[in-house]
Design a protein around this ligand. Structure first.
Ligand SMILES: Nc1ncnc2c1ncn2[C@@H]1O[C@H](COP(=O)(O)OP(=O)(O)O)[C@@H](O)[C@H]1O
Ligand SMILES: [Mg+2]
Length: 309
């Protein structure tokens, strides 16, 4: 029997981050799937100005299925709120969520666990708004990637191929909360690894039609190709999944997660980050990976529910 059989499940979605729209799609999908399997569910679209604690109390929530993405939802804040309210919440806990959302902390932890991650340095959030501190990067070999340390969905991420693009890229990343990460660009293939309950369930290769997998390519374009399984040599894929699982464990994640990995043409593997609340619509990548592993969407939603702590 399911751990939460007979309990009321609040699917919390929307939220206050830049990824609000994506979250509403995740939440609608999860809510419908749980409904179909006869769960007593309430959909909570958490909006700015509302008390989430009050909404959960009003709904009589016994457990939270966290369908949020980005700030507050993915960074440990909602996990902390649920913990104070004594309501179990799906996904990683407070610390792992906060660490995974912060790319500076994630990279420090990867490095101290010998998990390969692109060479990097950090620029302060409160540097010049026009990015004129780009001059301090003069020694870096281009191309490089510039991105905000605490965002998701490729928001504020730029590929810099010539020096004139440096200052605008820094300025753009600096518009977001937190420091700016400057990272070596890893040419090659991108693979997302699906993890559920401390186990790799499969991987997908992402092939954008454009050179860079930006917000447009992620959510707006229809010509990004997703290859399941990835078209890379078996030994490289095995290494990729091994590093993905190691990064999940190093950050202390639990439940579901989806590390982002880059692989060079020579087969060298680099972990970019771990997404602790990946997209979870019926057609999102983690559900696609699960399906290939023999687990349908509703079952995946129930498995994630069972992992709530
Ligand atoms: N160092 C890098 N080398 C190559 N591509 C990168 C690098 N960093 C980011 N990217 C590209 O930008 C996308 C978003 O960056 P990522 O670090 O995953 O942040 P986000 O949290 O926004 O998803 C990645 O999926 C990848 O395609
Ligand atoms: Mg990413």
């Amino acid at each position: 029997m399911h751990r939460f059989a007979g309990k009321r499940v609040a699917v919390v979605m929307g939220g206050l981050s830049a990824e609000r729209e994506v979250s509403l799609n995740t939440g609608a999908g999860v809510h419908a799937a749980l409904r179909e399997n006869k769960w007593d569910t309430v959909a909570i679209d958490w909006k700015a100005g509302e008390s989430l604690a009050q909404r959960l109390e009003d709904a009589g929530a016994d457990v939270v299925w966290n369908a949020l993405h980005g700030t507050y939802g993915e960074d440990g804040a909602v996990q902390g709120l649920c913990s104070c309210l004594r309501i179990p919440c799906t996904g990683s806990g407070i610390l792992a969520s906060a660490l995974a959302m912060d790319k500076v902390m994630s990279k420090r932890i990867f490095e101290s666990n010998n998990i390969p991650t692109p060479r990097w340095r950090v620029l302060p959030h409160d540097g010049p708004a026009d990015g004129s501190d780009a001059s301090t990067l003069a020694e870096r070999k281009l191309p490089i990637v510039i991105k905000p340390a605490n965002e998701g969905s490729s928001v504020g991420v730029s590929l810099v191929e010539d020096a004139a693009q440096l200052a605008p890229a820094i300025a753009s990343a600096r518009q977001f909360h937190g420091p700016v990460i400057v990272e070596d660009y890893i040419a090659g293939t991108e693979v997302f690894v699906g993890i559920l309950n401390d186990r790799v369930i499969g991987s997908v290769e992402v092939r954008p039609a454009t050179k860079f997998y930006d917000y447009e390519a992620k959510y707006k374009r229809t010509d990004t190709k997703y290859l399941l399984p990835p078209e890379i040599p078996a030994d490289v894929l095995a290494r990729c999944e091994q590093h993905a699982l190691a990064s999940y464990r190093a950050l202390g994640c639990s439940g579901h997660a989806r590390p982002d990995i880059r692989i060079t043409p020579a087969g060298e593997v680099f972990v970019l980050e771990v997404n602790t609340l990946p997209g979870m619509t019926a057609t999102s990548l983690l559900p696609k990976i699960a399906k290939r592993a023999g687990m349908d969407y509703a079952t995946l939603c129930e498995e994630i529910l069972a992992s709530a702590t």
